[in-house]
Design a protein around this ligand. Structure first.
Ligand code: PHE
Length: 480
């Protein structure tokens, strides 16, 4: 079995593919405006803490589960738990992949459209007019045919790469796209910093404003830590399953985290230096990229080129992530059902594209979640980032603690590590502690969300809040 399974061609290839999964719309689109609106560096500090305390152990856990079993999530949980109910954590991952790619593909389509829009000099007519730009953007995403056309092209790229397989498709694509993203972002940062007044953007992004930080920004930082590292849905289990035993999982995980964080910071720097130099509104939120940036690119020298490059990296970042999401589903059907790569990719890529059509339509005239008062697009986004990924991540941590055992986990982590002479018991305890803390934090935060949704008044009273925390901690102590 081991021999017939596809493998990465090289360690660098794996790191680029995995960080390609991590670096996506989350880094270039979501992080800059979230940080900008939630206290700048204060948000970044909380976000980095979440990445280190919660993200790193779960990332290591997923990579180890994948490499140990050489299987995608459902099979992996099944194998390590001797066919028990833990396999449902794997199914949850496959379901999350479905949910995320449905809306992710739509935004992927927008990035393609805007790359060509910028290239054709279309931003010129938007120069300095955010209102016009905003209107054009909402008309575009709300219209029925155009965004769907671009979404389908984006999804075809995604399926085309997956069909080519792990080594020539996913790894080959990442080896071209990741360096390009880094180089172009570097150029954009350089350009932004060289503009007069651009440095004020650095201050906005990096100067801590702790007063702007509130509990909801902390929840946001945590959810984003999962989203940006592609955790909680088995992506890293799947990518880990194509690794051989020579790899040091710990250093690979550190590389993935460093690249992901570095690219988010570069993107934030490029965007805010340009926004500040041109006197645009930095707090424009989610519309910052598609509405504000097109109005300011024409005002800087060579704007059409910079604009095109910017949207092109956004497109590549979205594509390398979308690939990793679809691969979770494709790998499931290959591993568990014995399907061919082509069949699994085309069938499920097709079904997801169809669900994506409904996401796109929900931003215009036809919203299937209208009774819930939320566009289907936002519904899927919230469902995945607020609930499915954090729940999947916590269950993975609990799986390691309760079922697989920390000892076996550490043993897997140490394969490929040259230096073996250290106090293993100490590290076992550190890992155990980190996994418990991450699971506990996420459970508390999800409970908080759920209570706010179902019994909005209950947590208004601080006493009830403490009671809830206390009961969860006590219950958890017994459970572990
Ligand atoms: N990490 C990707 C991003 O930052 C999104 C993603 C989530 C990819 C979950 C795979 C799995 O955009």
């Amino acid at each position: 079995m081991k021999n017939s399974r596809e493998q990465w061609g090289s360690r660098l290839g794996f790191i680029l593919a995995a960080s390609g999964s991590a670096v996506g719309l989350g880094n270039i689109w979501k992080y800059p405006h979230m940080a900008g609106q939630n206290g700048g560096a204060a948000f970044t500090v909380v976000y980095l803490l979440c990445i280190l305390i919660v993200g790193l152990p779960i990332l290591l856990g997923e990579l180890a589960i994948g490499r140990k079993t050489q299987l995608s999530p459902v099979g992996a949980f099944n194998k390590l738990s001797n066919l028990s109910n833990w396999k449902w954590v794997g199914f949850l991952g496959v379901a999350s992949a479905f949910v995320i790619l449905s809306f992710y593909g739509v935004v992927g389509g927008w990035t393609l459209k805007y790359t060509l829009f910028a290239l054709s000099g279309g931003f010129d007519s938007l120069s300095g007019s955010p209102d016009v730009s905003g209107q054009i953007f909402s008309e575009f995403i709300g219209s029925s045919l155009q965004p769907i056309f671009w979404q389908l092209i984006f999804m075809s790229f995604c399926m085309g790469i997956i069909i080519k397989g792990v080594k020539s498709g996913i790894e080959g694509g990442a080896k071209i796209m990741m360096p390009l993203i880094l180089i172009i972002l570097g150029l954009l940062v350089f350009k932004g910093l060289s503009l007069e007044g651009g440095k004020k953007g650095l201050e906005f992004l990096f100067k801590p404003k702790f007063s702007d930080l509130n509990p909801s920004s902390i929840v946001m930082a945590l959810g984003h830590a999962f989203f940006t590292l592609s955790l909680g849905m088995g992506t890293m289990i799947t990518y880990g399953s194509y690794l051989d035993e020579k790899q040091n999982l710990f250093t690979s995980a550190i590389w993935i985290i460093l690249l992901d964080t570095f690219i988010a910071m570069l993107a934030g720097t490029a965007i805010f230096t340009i926004v500040f130099a041109m006197g645009a509104d930095p707090s424009a939120g989610a519309g910052l990229i598609f509405v504000v940036l097109p109005t300011i690119f024409p005002q800087i020298g060579g704007g059409a080129i910079w604009g095109t490059l910017f949207f092109f990296i956004l497109f590549m970042a979205a594509l390398t992530s979308a690939i990793s999401i679809l691969e979770v589903i494709t790998a499931y059907f290959i591993d568990e059902k014995g399907w061919s790569r082509n069949k699994a990719t085309l069938l499920f890529g097709g079904i997801i594209s169809l669900v994506g059509v409904f996401c796109s339509l929900s931003l215009g005239e036809f919203n299937i979640t209208a009774p819930l008062n939320i566009p289907f697009f936002d519904f899927l986004d919230e469902l995945a980032s607020k609930y499915m990924l954090p729940i999947g991540g916590t269950l993975t941590a609990l799986f390691i603690l309760k079922k697989w055992s920390i000892k076996k986990f550490l043993k897997e982590l140490l394969i490929g590590v040259k230096e073996q002479k250290f106090d293993k018991i100490f590290y076992q305890n550190v890992i155990k502690f980190l996994l418990i803390v991450s699971a506990l934090i996420v459970i508390l935060i999800i409970m908080n969300e759920a209570f706010n949704l179902l019994f909005p008044e209950y947590l208004q009273n601080a006493k009830n809040g403490w009671l809830l925390i206390f009961s969860v901690v006590v219950y958890f102590a017994f459970f572990i």
